[in-house]
Design a protein around this ligand. Structure first.
Ligand code: NHW
Ligand code: EN5
Length: 395
């Protein structure tokens, strides 16, 4: 029943997951299609130059009106321009992978898909991949099979650059997911979240009582402070050591760590600390980060948006066979992130049930969301993974 996905190199059945490797062999550039796929008459391909304010604005508006909503269509992601610019231009980014579709006559931008390069390890094999995100088709042009054309076109352009694997996530279930992860939410501005219908009203108590229950603990990692450029080498090393326990994770260079984690107001927030457990009181061994995505509140008389913090990457001094200790460490680190998210005016803190998150969600009063994120690899066979084996967060 998947007219498009049944034709693509993604696992179609458990037999396609026997041993790790590509589903389809790499091809030489000469053997590839050299010209863009055909669009319906009246539409044309464009490269979107997000360094141009007007073009970034067009992508922003397309997404603000047409991108992902929750199941009840109460909220829609409103990725701000600064965030889009950051997400679309990590080290090695290519304008050729920021693909738009315009109406030939009016020049209106009606569809978009993007890819950015990333080294991703799957079961210890590091692969040069592309991360696909921000696939969007104008609401009025839905169900006309435009998405498969966008996907084939970005695949073609990646293949031409010698990239044959991709990582992507989606709220919807498609063939071949490598993992699934539930969203969890920690209320920060609880009264507002109830007002807009994000969080359920309290049960068996008053709003004030619930607000008191949700007051954040002041228990911070001692000495925790905002990350700076000077911390890049330590954070790169710390992430790389921490990731080695997981089966799906990025491999960040120092340039990438600089890009993804040095704090940018209203975009990404990162904090570091030296816990002293190693005996070296200067060694940065705790790190936590989150990024900000406001969501548009649909059909509400007073509130226009909610400001959500999304848990990004972290590391802490994890010790094998010390579950209780690890849990205490991570609880404190995540609690620090919650406190900083409140200080920086976020209404809710969202995370996925991946990495070591499941061990601290209850203690920190996270509640189960109604959304699930599915993780997909394009053209790579491997066994499905539990969320706790996944250390990959895409915007
Ligand atoms: S997930 C967010 C995707 N965007 C949205 O949900 C925004 C709101 N929705 C829309 O704009 C993050 C449209 O509904 C879209 C579909 C454009 C989603 N991924 O054109 P048709 C990402 O950006 C399949 C993949 O008629 P439409 C990740 C669907 O199953 N496929 O539908 C993106 C069906 O195929 P089937 C999706 O509603 C990853 C076909 O599209 C999908 O007008 C992309 C129907 O097409 C989704 N989220 O437009 C893959 N949603 O076989 C990258 C639907 O079932 C792969 N479909 O008949 C790797 C490429 C690079 C490889 C390099 C080596
Ligand atoms: C690609 N990189 O469904 C990303 N969000 O739970 C695109 N629910 O916010 C794919 N429906 O549960 C993104 N509140 C896929 C996610 C799409 C958006 C989405 C969910 C995730 C969400 C909220 C609002 C639900 C509104 C009605 C939700 C309950 C929170 C509550 C807090 C207090 C304790 C109990 C739970």
């Amino acid at each position: 029943q998947h007219k498009f996905w049944s034709t693509q190199p993604v696992p179609q059945s458990p037999d396609d997951r026997d041993k790790d490797g590509p589903l389809e062999p790499n091809r030489e550039p000469e053997a590839m299609r050299q010209t863009p796929y055909n669009l319906p008459a009246g539409f044309e391909w464009v490269e979107v130059d997000v360094n141009k304010e007007e073009e970034l604005e067009e992508v922003y508006k397309l997404l603000l009106e047409n991108y992902v909503e929750d199941q009840e269509a109460q909220f829609r992601f409103g990725y701000p321009k600064e965030l889009l610019s950051w997400a679309l231009k990590p080290p090695g980014w290519k304008m050729n992978w920021h693909i738009g579709v315009r109406v030939s006559t009016t020049r209106r931008l009606v569809a978009f898909i993007s890819g950015v390069p990333a080294s991703i390890s799957v079961n210890k094999t590091a692969l040069p991949m592309v991360e696909i995100n921000f696939l969007c088709v104008l609401k009025k042009l839905r169900s006309k099979r435009m998405a498969p054309v966008l996907i084939k076109e970005i695949t073609r352009r990646c293949n031409l650059e010698g990239i044959f694997q991709a990582l992507y996530t989606a709220g919807v279930e498609l063939p071949g997911a490598v993992s699934k992860s539930r969203y969890y939410h920690r209320s920060i501005n609880y009264p507002k979240l109830v007002d807009v219908g994000f969080s359920a009203p309290p049960q068996n108590m008053t709003l004030d009582e619930r607000v008191k229950q949700l007051a954040l603990s002041p228990d911070l990692v001692p000495g925790i402070r905002p990350m700076t450029s000077a911390d890049v080498p330590a954070v790169t090393a710390g992430l790389s050591a921490f990731f080695s326990r997981f089966n799906l994770h990025p491999n960040f260079s120092e340039d990438e760590v600089e890009h993804w984690f040095v704090p940018k107001d209203n975009v990404v927030y990162s904090y570091v600390a030296a816990s002293g457990v190693s005996g070296d009181s200067d060694e940065i061994d705790c790190f936590v980060s989150f990024y900000r995505i406001p969501s548009k509140v649909l059909n509400h008389p007073t509130h226009k948006e909610i400001n959500a913090a999304y848990a990004f990457y972290y590391f802490y001094p994890y010790q094998e066979d010390a579950a209780a200790k690890n849990k205490r460490m991570l609880t404190r680190l995540m609690n620090s992130a919650l406190v900083f998210a409140k200080q920086t005016d976020h209404d809710v803190f969202n995370c996925l049930a991946l990495m070591d998150n499941p061990s601290v969600l209850k203690e920190l009063q996270f509640g189960k969301g109604d959304g699930v994120l599915h993780y997909y690899l394009y053209n790579w066979r491997c066994k499905e993974m539990d969320g706790r084996e996944v250390a990959s967060v895409l915007m």
